[in-house]
Design a protein around this ligand. Sequence first.
Ligand SMILES: [Zn+2]
Length: 286
Amino acid sequence: MPCEICNATGWKTVETDGVSRVTRCECWHQETTARALSSARIQKRYAHCELTNFEQHYDSLRDAYRKAVRFVEQFPAVEKGLLLIGENGVGKTHLAVAVLKAVVRTKRIQGYFYETGELLKLVRDTYASDTNEMDVLRPVLEADLLVLDDLGVEKTSEWVQETLGHVVNIRYSERRPTVFTTNLVDSDDSTHPRSFLYRLGPRTRSRLFEMCEWVHMEAIDSREVGGPDATPEQIQRWEKRSPLSPKNRERARTALPAKTGGQARAHFPPRDGKGELKWPGGRAGS
Ligand SMILES: [Zn+2]
């Protein structure tokens, strides 16, 4: 159906104080936004991810949600991007995708979603073809907003560190906001196999500090688990038994008529980025 307002021209006439001028029709904006969203490279499995259906069962997730909403509202006048840190399954990617969609819709910009491993593969593939690596990197470096998912998942190497460092560095120096997700841990021990230092190197880690707000996300209630100093065994026991643990929540949601809301929650001590809970490591298969 062609637009009745503009007769499918994409332009309409508006009158202000007796002076008429031509402006873009709303249908044109809608189409442009739809095109921007469909070219944002958001995978089908994340199609449902919105701010409105992000699950905020815990303090740290509510805090992450508030920071995400503020980022969307203030974009593009944001001081920093977001670095969403947490174990698999807490909703980091959901929140990052939701932010990207909301910014594309409301600010009429072009943004892209890349899984870090996929991006590195795309760059690597150019070496065996006629494609220039800049053809792959240009949208990544120049996007108004970039989501880089699962930073640090790739087995580290000098090339991986250099390539990711280049992306981070250019976006930092051009002041282009980036939303990262990662399950790396911020340890000062550079031999820790899941530390930013080990996976990405000290320069990229300090760039990330400068260009992003670090947002820790935990689907865990510290009091329930056994306090902030819970042992890995206590956490494992909690994961297995508690209806609130990420493992059991999916089942509970389908079985219960309503969400368990409104009950008292333990409050997390403020994060200094160093006192992460002693998790037993990434979950199997994730
Ligand atoms: Zn129109």
